[in-house]
Design a protein around this ligand. Structure first.
Ligand code: FAD
Ligand code: NAD
Length: 404
C-alpha cells in the first residue's frame, strides 16, 4: 500500500495532541502527516480569558507549532480551511485543495448566540488569541476614552458579561483583578467602574457544586462584580444590552462592552461538510469516527459525546479533547495495520475554575478546593497540558509558576 495521507485540520488541543501522538507511533516512511492551521502558532484556548483581561500578555498564551512537531514526519501548512467535503474526500484551503486517506477534524468551537438579535454584531467573544487581544485593547480604549470624555459617558466604564458559565466566571475573575491597575493607569476612580454578569439560569455555574459556587460569587463580589441571575440577555445594541428581568419586564443596561460567554457550538465548516451534525457538532461513534465515514475522525469541541451515566453530554473541554486525540492517533495507526479500532472512554478528573491568578474553585480528584490550593491545582493542570504536547522544555518556556 502507498503511504497514506493523514490530514489533521486545526492545531488546538485536539489537533496538536493527535499529531504529537501520531509522530511518536509512526516512522518517517509510514505515513504523510499533514497539519493545517490558520496560524503558525498554537494558542492555549484555556488561557484566553487572561489575555483578554490583560492579566497576561497574549504572547505568553502561544507557542510556535514548529517547536513541537517533528518535521521529518509532519508537514505543517499555514492555511485557513474554507470547506470540507467528505463525500469527495476533499478539503479546500487558502493554500489549495487537499485530499486524504484519513481526516481528523479538530477545528474547535464558535460562540453560540442562540439567534439573540444584535449579539453577532455588538458583542465580543473569546474565540481566538486575536479576539482576546482585541478585547484587551477595547477595554483599555474605554478607560482612555472615558478619561478624555468631557461628558463622562459612564457606559464606557460599564462592562457586561453575558453567561456565568466557566468562561464568564474565569473572565470576571481576571477583569476584577485588572480593574484596579487600569483605574490607576487612567486616573479613574474605581467606584465609576461597573462590572455586571448576567446569567439566564437560576444560579451561577449551573450544575456545579453549590458550596463552591457560593464561594466564587462571594469572592467576585468582593472585587466589585455585580450579578443579575435568572435574567437572560434578549438583545444587544450598539448602546448596550436588553435583559429580561421578569415576565414582560425588561431592563436596558447601557454599556460599550458586552462579552458574550453563553456557550459554544462547533465550527461552522462542519455544517456544510456532508457529515450529520447538530449545532456544528458531530455525534461521533465510540472510536471517534464520524457516522457513515470510516476515514473521518472528529475530535475536541467539534465532537459530541453523550455521558449515559450522567444523562447529559460531556462538556466540550480541553481535558476531553486531549484524551480523545490520544485515542484518535491510536485508532488511525490500528486502521493502517488492518486492526480493529478501540473505543474512547473519557476519564473525568474534575473541574477547576479560576477566579484570577490567585484564587479558584475546584471539584477534582474527589475533593473540593478553594483559594490558593485550587489556584495552584489550576496551574498544575495548565502546565500538564503543555507537558503532554511539548514535554519539559515547553513547560519551562511557557509554564505558570506564580503559585503564591
Ligand atoms: P481549540 O483548542 O480551540 O483549537 C482549534 C484550532 O483550530 C485553533 O488552533 C484554531 O486556530 C484552528 N482553526 C479554527 N478554524 C480554522 C480554520 N478554518 N482553518 C484552520 N485552522 C482553524 N477546558 C478545560 O478542559 N479546562 C479549562 O480550564 C478550560 N478553560 C477555558 C477557558 C476559556 C476562556 C475558554 C474559551 C475555553 C476553556 N476550556 C477549558 C475549553 C477548551 O478550551 C476547549 O474545549 C478546547 O480548546 C477544545 O479543543 P479543540 O482542539 O477542539 O479546539
Ligand atoms: P457554558 O455553556 O458552560 O455556560 C454558558 C452560560 O451562559 C450558562 O450558564 C447559560 O445558562 C448562560 N446563558 C445562556 N444563554 C444566556 C442568555 N441569553 N443570557 C444570559 N446567560 C445565558 O459555556 P462556557 O462558559 O462558554 O464554556 C464552554 C465550555 O468550555 C464548557 O464545556 C466549559 O466547561 C468549558 N470551559 C471550562 C473551563 C474550566 O474547566 N476551567 C473554563 C472555561 C470553559
Amino acid at each position: 500500500m502507498n503511504k497514506p495521507t493523514i490530514l489533521v485540520l486545526g492545531a488546538g488541543y485536539g489537533g496538536l495532541t493527535t499529531v504529537v501522538n501520531l509522530q511518536k507511533q509512526l516512522g518517517e516512511n509510514e505515513a504523510d502527516i499533514v497539519l493545517v492551521n490558520k496560524n503558525d502558532y498554537h494558542y492555549e484556548t484555556t488561557w484566553l480569558h487572561e489575555a483578554a483581561a490583560g492579566t497576561i500578555a497574549a504572547s505568553k498564551a502561544r507557542y510556535d507549532i514548529s517547536n513541537v512537531v517533528n518535521h521529518s514526519k509532519v508537514s505543517f501548512v499555514k492555511a485557513t480551511v474554507q470547506q470540507i467535503n467528505v463525500q469527495e474526500k476533499k478539503v479546500i484551503t487558502t493554500d489549495g485543495d487537499m485530499t486524504y486517506d484519513y481526516l481528523v477534524i479538530a477545528l474547535g468551537s464558535e460562540g453560540e448566540t442562540f439567534g439573540i438579535p444584535g449579539l453577532d454584531k455588538y458583542a465580543l467573544s473569546l474565540t481566538s488569541l486575536n479576539a482576546a487581544r482585541n478585547i484587551r485593547e477595547h477595554i483599555e480604549y474605554q478607560f482612555a476614552s472615558w478619561s478624555l470624555d468631557e461628558e463622562k459617558d459612564d457606559s464606557k466604564l460599564t462592562f457586561v458579561v453575558g453567561g456565568a458559565g466557566f468562561t464568564g466566571i474565569e473572565f470576571l475573575g481576571e477583569l476584577g483583578n485588572r480593574v484596579p491597575t487600569l483605574c490607576k493607569e487612567f486616573n479613574v476612580s474605581q467606584e465609576k467602574v461597573r462590572i455586571l454578569c448576567v446569567e439566564a439560569a437560576p444560579m451561577v455555574l449551573p450544575g456545579f457544586d453549590e458550596e463552591l459556587v457560593e464561594y466564587a460569587v462571594a469572592q467576585l463580589k468582593k472585587k466589585g462584580i455585580e450579578f443579575s441571575i435568572g435574567t437572560p440577555v434578549v438583545e444587544a445594541t450598539p448602546e448596550g444590552v436588553k435583559i429580561k428581568v421578569a415576565e414582560n419586564e425588561f431592563e436596558f443596561v447601557k454599556s460599550r462592552t458586552v462579552l458574550w460567554a453563553a456557550g459554544v457550538r462547533g465550527n461552522h465548516l462542519i455544517e456544510t461538510s456532508g457529515i450529520e451534525n447538530n449545532r456544528a457538532r458531530v455525534r461521533v461513534e465510540q472510536d471517534m469516527r464520524a457516522p457513515n465515514f470510516d476515514d473521518v475522525f472528529v475530535v475536541g469541541d467539534c465532537a459530541f459525546l453523550f455521558n449515559e451515566e450522567a444523562d447529559r453530554p460531556y462538556p466540550p473541554t480541553a481535558q476531553i479533547a486531549m484524551q480523545q486525540a490520544v485515542v484518535v492517533a491510536i485508532n488511525i495507526v490500528r486502521l493502517m495495520k488492518g486492526e480493529e479500532t478501540v473505543a474512547f472512554v473519557p476519564e473525568l478528573k474534575g473541574s477547576v475554575c479560576s477566579l484570577g491568578h490567585n484564587d479558584a474553585i475546584g471539584d477534582a480528584l474527589g475533593r473540593k478546593f478553594t483559594g490558593k490550593s485550587a489556584s495552584a491545582l489550576k496551574k498544575v493542570i495548565d502546565n500538564r497540558a503543555l507537558f503532554l504536547v511539548g514535554g519539559p522544555s515547553l513547560v519551562a518556556k511557557k509554564g505558570k509558576f506564580r503559585f503564591l
